[in-house]
Structure formats: structure tokens, C-alpha cells
Design a protein around this ligand. Structure first.
Ligand code: ZN
Ligand code: ZN
Length: 178
């Protein structure tokens, strides 16, 4: 099976990347490696919004998809948006190969609360699995505990597990040929 690659988009805390690298293979049955390269998101910055256009980042990421790469997940700490929404936690190309997740609005500090690195790692993992699920052609799930449940606020992310429900698991098994 082809490995999942993690691509830092701008500077990203080493600890967050390490956690994703070890935890993602436990949720999706695929090996995971962090790419040595870093993608500069500067060209996708929107001055008025003070945010970065996630769809444009996904476009730039195409150049980092290696021949042996199953899926490419961008990991960032910048604030992402798409034009019709105030912000996004992440975005994915349905059916692959690229997706991106941002830790920016997953931090307790963003909501005026004390930092919680454990909670941040958990939230980022859930959003990473969620967006990777979309690259595996999974749509949103009605089971609020399933990682494929939609989340428009961190409270919703905290309600769900980092794993796929049995129904989503079955759908993705076909994709990985297992
Ligand atoms: Zn989604
Ligand atoms: Zn599900």
C-alpha cells in the first residue's frame, strides 16, 4: 500500500507532526511519513481577510505529490478560508490526492482559554483523519461520534472519535483493497 505523506505548510511544531505520523496509521491502515520539504503558503494570502485560501494551497500541493505517495496531507498553523465561508479547519480533494488541515482554530488560546497541547493534538488528528477520509471519497456521516461527522466548531470535534464508524470503515476498506 502506498504511504500517506505529511507536508508542513509554513512552520509547524515538530511535536504535532510526530503525533500525526504515529497516530494516523492506527486509524487508517497506511504507513505515514513526514516530507522534508516545507510549502510556503505566502502566495495564497488574502490581505483583506488576513487568511490563506485553502483551495489555492491544495493546488500548490500538487507539485509535492510523489510517485510513491498514496495521499498527501498538508499540515499548517495558519488560518484557512474558502470564499463562501468565514474559515475552514481543513479542506480536501474528494477522492484525492491532497488535503490540508490547520491547527489555527483548534488551539484553546484562539478562544481565550489556557493552552492544552494534548487537546490540540487530538483535535488535529481528528481533522486530519476527517480530511483524509474525504480524499478516500468518504462523504459526511450522520453518526456524531464518527470522525466523518461534519464539524463547524471545536465543540463538535471534541464530541467525535478519531476513528471511522463501522459503516465508513467498510467503505474505505474497498479503497485500500483490504
Ligand atoms: Zn468534511
Ligand atoms: Zn461514519
Amino acid at each position: 500500500m502506498k504511504p500517506l505523506h505529511l507536508l508542513p505548510v509554513g512552520p509547524v511544531d515538530e511535536r504535532l507532526l510526530r503525533h500525526l505520523k504515529s497516530a494516523i496509521p492506527q486509524c487508517l491502515r497506511a504507513p505515514c511519513a513526514v516530507l522534508p520539504a516545507v510549502l510556503d503558503p505566502a502566495p495564497t494570502f488574502h490581505g483583506e481577510r488576513q487568511q490563506y485560501h485553502s483551495s489555492e494551497i491544495l493546488h500548490l500541493m500538487q507539485g509535492f505529490v510523489a510517485a510513491d505517495c498514496g495521499r498527501l496531507l498538508g499540515v499548517t498553523t495558519i488560518d484557512l478560508y474558502i470564499p463562501i465561508l468565514t474559515f475552514v479547519f481543513g479542506e480536501a480533494q474528494m477522492g484525492g490526492p491532497c488535503a490540508i488541515v490547520s491547527a489555527h482554530r483548534l488551539r484553546q488560546e484562539f478562544y481565550g482559554l489556557p493552552a492544552d497541547s494534548e487537546l490540540l493534538s487530538q483535535r488535529l488528528l481528528k481533522e486530519a483523519i476527517h480530511e483524509l477520509g474525504h480524499t478516500l471519497a468518504l462523504t459526511h456521516c450522520d453518526d456524531y461520534r464518527c470522525v466523518m461527522a461534519p464539524s463547524h466548531a471545536v465543540e463538535w470535534i471534541d464530541l467525535k472519535e478519531s476513528t471511522l464508524c463501522p459503516a465508513c470503515q467498510k467503505r474505505v476498506a474497498n479503497c485500500f483493497g483490504s
